[in-house]
Design a protein around this ligand. Structure first.
Ligand SMILES: C[S@@+](CC[C@H](N)C(=O)[O-])C[C@H]1O[C@@H](n2cnc3c(N)ncnc32)[C@H](O)[C@@H]1O
Length: 214
């Protein structure tokens, strides 16, 4: 087992469905982060392909000018997903209760997961599902900042440095035979954490870990 049970715990162990019961029509990262993410999608995603936005909300950060064949959304709050203009269809499912995705094998060209991987208590089961539903050569793009709902992030994430979080996501990919060697983009914040905490800027750091189904 990759993570011992203690590393999967959350400070708030109540049902995640309760925490996401009311919609949050906010962006969880700053404009600089979103621009970098959208640019990455512009580079990695192809028009007229099938995309899954796993752990989505009312925004998917996809390039406006690219038309996809289908964008499937998933999340915990139906109101947020219903407002997301990029989604052709969506479903609500608590991934900490049920890790099996109701999606066919080899049916997506890309799976996106934005600023959410820290909430997964069974990441290897979810990454196995991501692998299953990807088409050959399909890509999974996991992006994150240093922000989180602290009480809902797993201990392994909460207690790690940003560098170690990158290693953790790489391990999630490596736990599933058949993913290519993960590619990493790491752009740490240029401002020391103490100054950020005093509100002295610096912007969100940007991290993305990506791999393809070989
Ligand atoms: C910080 S938000 C990010 C939303 C979106 N990806 C974005 O970029 O704005 C975290 C998302 O993770 C999803 N999430 C958290 N815990 C979950 C769980 N146990 N099962 C399924 N989704 C979950 C919620 O729906 C929430 O929208």
């Amino acid at each position: 087992m990759m993570l011992p049970p203690t590393q999967r715990t959350k400070l708030d162990e109540s049902d995640d469905g309760l925490f996401y019961d009311y919609p949050r029509f906010v962006t969880h990262v700053d404009d600089g982060f979103i621009q970098q993410l959208t640019e990455l999608y512009r580079e990695k995603l192809q028009p007229q392909t099938r995309i899954l936005d796993l752990m989505s909300s009312w925004v998917s950060h996809l390039p406006e000018e690219i038309q996809f064949e289908h964008v499937e959304g998933h999340g915990l709050n139906e109101e947020e997903l219903a407002k997301n203009p990029r989604l052709n269809h969506y479903f609500v499912q608590n991934l900490n209760q049920n890790q099996l995705l109701p999606l066919p094998d080899a049916s997506f060209d890309a799976v996106l997961n934005t600023v959410s991987v820290q909430y997964l208590q069974h990441p290897e089961a979810i990454f196995a599902e991501i692998y299953r539903i990807l088409k050959p050569n399909g890509i999974a793009i996991i992006s994150f900042s240093n922000r989180m709902f602290y009480q809902k992030a797993i201990a392994a994430w909460r207690d790690s440095s940003e560098e170690d979080r990158v290693k953790l996501v790489k391990l999630y990919f490596k736990a599933i035979p058949g993913f290519t060697e993960p590619e990493v983009i790491a752009r740490p914040s240029q401002v020391p954490t103490v100054l950020q905490m005093l509100g002295m800027g610096g912007g969100d750091p940007f991290y993305a870990v990506m791999a393809r189904k070989a």
